[in-house]
Ligand binder design. Sequence first.
Ligand code: ZN
Length: 159
Amino acid sequence: MTSLRLIGAGALLLASALAYADPCKIAIESNDLMQFNAREIVVPASCSEVELTLSHSGKLSARIMGHDWVLARDSDMSGIVNAGLAAGASRGYLPDSDKRIIAATRIVGGGESTTVKFSTAGLVQGTRYAFFCTTPGHSAMMHGMFEFGARARLAEARK
Ligand code: ZN
């Protein structure tokens, strides 16, 4: 019985700690090994705006190991990566005013960080979104899943 109470107290502590973190503010890290530190980003449906900060914990310059963070529908990822390749380095490997891009940061190098704010008004719950880096050759390793609302619904169901 005592151990059960302890588990209950621990869960309560965790819940209150989570309540203080703003779930609409996301931080993601990249590095010199062509990696993001997250495979999945979940944003609750209650967020009308998302603030995402991309940092680069490596030492290599943006020209050698630069990364950006781009959000789009999963099915648009390869098309955007190819369009970014065609756009070239001077445009930050991003096609100009491409409607498929939901949000994108600039490219950062080692020690740098950048923040992008975007509205969730155009996001549909249950749709598969992907985040990825458009620097040539990076997206195979640097991509992950972006969910809007799904995990939040699960949490509400547990209440
Ligand atoms: Zn990259």
